[in-house]
Design a protein around this ligand. Sequence first.
Ligand SMILES: [Fe+2]
Length: 462
Amino acid sequence: MNEERINSLKPGEARSTGPSVQDILDRDGDNPPAPFRDQSYQYLGSDDLTVDRYICPDYAALEAERMWTKVWQMACREEEIPDIGDHIVYDIVDWSFIIVRTGKDDFKAYYNSCLHRGTQLRPSASEGHTENFRCPYHGWTWSLEGELIVQPCDWDFPHTKDRDFSLPQVQLGRWGGFIFINMDDDCEPLEDYLGVLPAQFESWPMEDRFMSANVRRYLPCNWKVAQEAFIESYHVVETHSQALPMTGDANTQYDIWGDNVSRLYTLNGIPSPHEKNPLSDTEIARMLMAGVGQSPIEGDLVLGPGETARSVYTAALKEDLKDKFGADLSRLTTTEVLDPIEYFLFPNFFPWFNFSLPLVYRFRPDGLDPDKCIMDVMLLHPVPDEGPRPEPAPLTVLGPDDSFSKAPELDQISAIFEQDVVNMPMVQKGMKSSRKGITLGNYQEIRLRHMHQTLDAYLAAE
Ligand SMILES: [Fe+2]
């Protein structure tokens, strides 16, 4: 885009010279569901952000007090606790919660703290199966429903008889096979908080997926530094330049809805607008097909009339996914199968729609240290059309110095994640030498600004 043209536009109106996402969907010609036709960008200002929000302990403490105590946050998948008595411990900042299945379709979430002297009833980050929750210190015991059922030497506690000693609960909500909790007893219902998210996933509900990978990595940076490495495609040109021949990075579509939801919509199977000598569609098709091990099309691929790299690769992916997971994806359109479409729910939850790389991310502070965080990565593949639901993948835990390649279940994504992770401590350290703050692109980095504006609103509220 030339300088004169850019100067004539209002802030936020400029776009990459490449075809838009909507142009390519037109070219696909297979009429994707309405959510993929939505466009919802809004200019939110161009001011710098301060770096204190990433590096200051006081800021992390304020986030804990005013934000983490007020928001709906994804605690686990329902499939992780399939039987009554199965439970999982979800930790956020310095708080810990037990999420337990109490019935075929019932769940409860408790503060993970004994009402006697405060001991954790279950260790942080643990999971298991139990008939009841017995404190390992003095043996006070609660039923799955949270009723105090054993109080050793109860003759010594006559003063507790008229008090409620059932386990305190946090708010619990469910969407798409995910369980969310909220520490605020007066919070808005989860359905309202989710905004457009359920409608966006209507064509293939997240309940109909299973966790084929579940990987946790501890990282040496602020939780927002980590998640902002995955919130825009602007960094692809520098950090993942190997993807440029077949990735529409600079022409990614960014959408924001309300306070809590945003989307990145990148196209696969088209050359980056950065490419000076873009590959032909046939060359892109050959490159993509090489990545599908069980592709039915082999040898020197030639595109037929009306075929594109996107159409032939999508067809191959549908076959490949059917072979691997037994799910018939034939009704899905090209974009639903092929394109990285990443949604965000404030403050830290990233469910992707697409099937070729069906990721979910969650980022959390690790305690109150602003320089540490926890990244959870899941893959949510479709459940088979027939037969039992597959067991969810066991959790793989990686330390800050472990490579994602130690989690083979992540397959070829590991190498891409490693490219992202290398930047993170450089960002965290670099911010501490910053003398100006963070400058953001008006369009490509709108999701960062949107997220920070919602965060600011929580921090400003008393
Ligand atoms: Fe990246």
